[in-house]
Structure formats: structure tokens, C-alpha cells
Design a protein around this ligand. Structure first.
Ligand SMILES: CCCCC/C=C\C/C=C\CC/C=C/CC(=O)SCCNC(=O)CCNC(=O)[C@H](O)C(C)(C)COP(=O)(O)OP(=O)(O)OC[C@H]1O[C@@H](n2cnc3c(N)ncnc32)[C@H](O)[C@@H]1OP(=O)(O)O
Length: 264
């Protein structure tokens, strides 16, 4: 096994031959801030260029949480310039993962709301801990915000049209059992077996010749990727305009307060 140290917030190491394990470790809840997103993108870019690497398992080093989604503090009370930079990094993460040539498996060992769910859905296969206390889904509307079209497309490509309508409009967070039922995740296992099961699943995916799998993946995902690629700048503008509205800032503030009160 080769070890690969990455910058703060992220550790990645090789276990299975040709397979990297990326462990998000940005306490307390792996919320996706600019720094973590950048680290993840750089790490994935390096792995993508490394000819000896064929697969990536992404998981969390934080207890109980895979990722709390986008860091709300990157969108609350920040300048339009900062929000724009942040959104570009979110786009970049999605484009890199959804279009990755590697076999990507999400080992979801905790809750994974919103952007955390999005990140998991960009992977080829999802294994989640069967703990009923965990939840996963795109809950944006519950925060008073709107998931952009490429979040919606990723969900629709994963669970279908009708389930997406319900999931997105109601901002539903699903238990692992519910997520399995609608196809948001592919497999549930006891918490201590998430990573070993991901490794076993990887072996199966790696049995397929890379070129055939990669061309097939690209054929399926390219139209969705092209849609964002040809609208990237407008998407950033829309985001900045939307998130800068007083009413949206107010909703985010209320939500942050709720998170803090819930803790107390
Ligand atoms: C027509 C026009 C359309 C235009 C559309 C254009 C653009 C689209 C616009 C906007 C889209 C923006 C998309 C956003 C997607 C997102 O990802 S938003 C983030 C959503 N995330 C959540 O709702 C998760 C919130 N967190 C939790 O539910 C829980 O924290 C948890 C993950 C289940 C873990 O629970 P646990 O009990 O272990 O931890 P705590 O709740 O105590 O949290 C610890 C600590 O961390 C803070 N925190 C939690 N989550 C976040 C977060 N996402 N960002 C920032 N901070 C977070 C929490 O407040 C605690 O802080 P402390 O009290 O200071 O310790």
C-alpha cells in the first residue's frame, strides 16, 4: 500500500492496488468550504493523471457525518465576489467527480444532506451505513434555497423523475432504508463494514476493462455535464444574484440559528 498525504482537511491513501481512499476530515461535520473543495479537486486531478490509479473510494473521517453539505458560512454574509468564487469551486467539484474516468465509490458512513448527498450521487456506486439515525437527501428547500438545475439533474438521473419532484420540492431527507428503496444509495451495510464493502464492490467494478467502462460512463453522463459546461458563467451569476437577496440571507441566518439551538 502506498500512502499519499494531502493538504489540511483531507487524507488519501492507497489500500487496494490502484485504488485511492480519500477521507474527508474537516471537523466538525466536513462541511464543504472553499478550502476542502479545493483540496478535493486537486487530489482528484492528481489521481486522474496517475496511470496506476483506477478507482477512488471517498469516505469520512468524522464521526456520524459523511458531509454536512456546502458550508453555509461560505454563502452567509459574504461578498458577491466571494460567493462567486465559492460557487465556481462547487461546480468544479461536481464536474470533476461526475465526469471522472476513475471508478468512484462513496462509502457513506454518516449523514449526508444537500451538497454531501450531491457529492455521493456523482459517484458510480454508493454504500451507506444502515444506522437509522443517519439521513441523506437534497434538503435545500427546507433552508429556503433552491437546488440548481445540475443538482436536480444528478438526482433525476439517479432516482427518476417523479421521485425527484417529491424529493426536491419537499426537501426530503431519507433514512438509509428509504434511500435504498428509492435508489439513492445502492447498498446498506453495518457501519463497521462500509469501507470493506466498498473495497469488495470496487474489485467487481475493476474487473471491467477501463476503456469500455469509461466510454459507457461518458456516453451516459456527457449530456448532463455539457449542460453545465455551456452555462457555467450564467449559473455563477444566477447563484450570486439568488444568494445575495435579503430574503435568502435571512433564511440562511434563521437556519444557522436553528442548527445552533438544536445543539443546545
Ligand atoms: C429561480 C432561481 C434559482 C436560482 C438557483 C441558483 C442557485 C442555487 C442557489 C442556492 C443553492 C445552494 C445550495 C446549497 C446546498 C447545500 O449543501 S446547503 C447546506 C445544507 N446542509 C444542511 O442542511 C446540513 C445542516 N447540518 C446538519 O443537519 C447537522 O449538522 C448534521 C450534518 C446532521 C450533523 O449533526 P451533528 O449533531 O453531528 O452536528 P451539529 O448539527 O451539532 O453541527 C456541528 C456544527 O457544525 C455546524 N454546521 C452543520 N452543518 C453546517 C453547514 N452545512 N455549514 C456550516 N456549518 C454547519 C453547526 O452549526 C454546528 O456549529 P456550532 O454550533 O458552531 O458548533
Amino acid at each position: 500500500a502506498t500512502k499519499m498525504a494531502l493538504r489540511a482537511g483531507l487524507r488519501s491513501k492507497r489500500g487496494l492496488t490502484g485504488v485511492a481512499v480519500m477521507r474527508m476530515q474537516s471537523p466538525p461535520v466536513n462541511s464543504l468550504n472553499l478550502e476542502l473543495l479545493t483540496d478535493i479537486c486537486i487530489a482528484l486531478e492528481k489521481l486522474e493523471m496517475d496511470k496506476s490509479c483506477r478507482g477512488l473510494i471517498i469516505t469520512s473521517n468524522q464521526p456520524k457525518v459523511f458531509s454536512a453539505g456546502l458550508d453555509i458560512l461560505e454563502m452567509y454574509g459574504k461578498s458577491p465576489e466571494h460567493c462567486g468564487e465559492f460557487w465556481k469551486a462547487v461546480q468544479e467539484m461536481w464536474l470533476k467527480f461526475y465526469g471522472s474516468n476513475l471508478v468512484t465509490i462513496a462509502a457513506i458512513n454518516g449523514s449526508s444532506p444537500a451538497g454531501g448527498c450531491l457529492m455521493a450521487m456523482t459517484c458510480d456506486y454508493r454504500i451507506m451505513a444502515d444506522n437509522p439515525r443517519y439521513s441523506i437527501g437534497l434538503n435545500e428547500t427546507q433552508l429556503g434555497i433552491v437546488a440548481p438545475f445540475w443538482f436536480k439533474d444528478t438526482l433525476m438521473n439517479t432516482v427518476g423523475h417523479r421521485t425527484t419532484e417529491m424529493a426536491l420540492e419537499l426537501g426530503l431527507l431519507y433514512s438509509p432504508a428509504e434511500a435504498l428503496k428509492i435508489g439513492m444509495v445502492d447498498q446498506l451495510v453495518p457501519e463497521d463494514q462500509v469501507l470493506t464493502t466498498a473495497t469488495e464492490a470496487m474489485t467487481k467494478w475493476l474487473a471491467i476493462p477501463d476503456h469500455a467502462r469509461q466510454i459507457t460512463k461518458s456516453m451516459i453522463r456527457k449530456p448532463t455535464i455539457d449542460k453545465l459546461m455551456s452555462n457555467r458563467e450564467d449559473d455563477v451569476k444566477n447563484f450570486v444574484k439568488f444568494i445575495s437577496k435579503d430574503s435568502i440571507q435571512k433564511s440562511l441566518g434563521v437556519y444557522l440559528e436553528m442548527l445552533k439551538k438544536r445543539k443546545a
